[in-house]
Design a protein around this ligand. Structure first.
Ligand code: PHE
Length: 327
């Protein structure tokens, strides 16, 4: 049988031991268990309470509670002191902790810059679906049935006739279906192509589509707007050229290249042209009244040119060492 204890003996023992804690803070936990643990001395005193006579029990109980109070306050207070002392005195002259803040992604920066330039020219922003049907992504844009762009190699098919859009030009069709001209929109968004991934191509990228439809819109308007855009984006001394090209939904078509001093070559940043009358026909807009131009900017291309980035994959890896350079 374990040795009997009394309130007095436990109190004396506690008062001796508590001095020990002051000198050896690491004893704190074991002493606390010794007195306050489930099988500790205080619990033992409580279990003996039933053996105390009815007459003495109230006083005895009160004494015991007082002891318990004394012991637990001691350990509570001691714990606080311990935590406080580990921080030490405060030196208010020390620099505060550094907070890691995020940086705007270069792609987001480029997108915002492009959007602002066109907003200042009176363009509104529209969005459209990334999953679309063959009609909006291809047929309405005058892609012949056997056109290679519909080939499995370039297009991610969701189902037969449902694709991940390969360009933002699908939204040209939606806008012209839904609204009467005049139209003046830019459409930022993601596009998807099933290309092998390398430093210059990725399975998804961003485009900003532009669509301007009104009466008497000419090729000169189209040239002027795009020239203005390039000078705003890259500076007024930028060397640029319009190069004749082909798209099924524009006629005539052009691509715009920018001279890259760094790599010593022309780099393509956008495709454009006058809206093909066939496209107007497929959305029931009278091509004898309305004319217009459209363009599609490659946001990654523009971003890479602007910031001298030589691998498109860097834009998608979220590597902090890369991103930190764009503070
Ligand atoms: N959609 C074309 C592409 O992805 C770009 C383009 C848009 C060309 C609008 C002309 C007009 O290559």
């Amino acid at each position: 049988m374990s040795k009997q204890v009394t309130i007095e003996s436990v109190r004396t023992e506690f008062r001796t031991d508590s001095k020990l804690v002051a000198k050896n803070p690491e004893k704190h936990e074991s002493l606390k268990i010794k007195f306050l643990g489930r099988k500790g001395l205080v619990a033992k005193l409580f279990s003996q309470l039933s053996k105390v006579s009815d007459k003495d029990r109230p006083k005895h109980g009160k004494d015991l509670n007082n002891l318990k109070y004394e012991i637990s306050t001691f350990f509570d207070k001691n714990k606080k002191n311990k935590a406080g002392s580990s921080t030490g005195p405060t030196d208010s002259t020390l620099p505060g902790p550094k907070f890691k803040i995020g940086y705007e992604h270069p792609l987001q920066k480029t997108l915002d810059d492009i959007k602002n330039i066109f907003k200042n020219l009176g363009f509104s922003i529209a969005y459209g679906p990334e999953v679309d049907d063959d009609f909006h992504n291809f047929s309405a844009l005058n892609f012949p049935e056997e056109h290679p762009a519909r080939d499995m190699q370039d297009t991610f098919f969701i189902e037969k006739d449902i694709v991940l859009r390969t360009h933002t030009s699908n939204v040209q069709v939606h806008l012209m279906e839904e609204e009467e001209p005049p139209l003046r929109y830019i459409v930022p968004g993601r596009v998807y192509r099933n290309e092998s991934i390398s430093f210059k191509s990725y399975c998804l990228f961003h485009q900003i589509e532009g669509l301007y439809v009104d009466k008497n819109v000419s090729f000169a308007d189209h040239k002027a707007i795009l020239e203005f855009f390039v000078k705003q984006m890259f500076g007024s001394n930028t060397k640029m050229r319009f190069r004749p090209s082909f798209f099924p939904f524009t006629e005539p078509s052009a691509e715009v290249d920018i001279w890259s001093e760094k790599s010593g070559q022309w780099l393509e940043i956008l495709g454009s042209g006058m809206v093909d009358p066939e496209v107007f026909k497929s959305v029931n807009i009278d091509e004898n009244i309305w004319s217009g131009f459209a363009f599609g900017l490659g946001v990654e291309r523009i971003c890479m040119l602007k910031y001298g980035i030589d691998d498109i994959r860097l834009l998608y890896q979220g590597d902090i060492r890369f991103l930190e350079q764009f503070k």
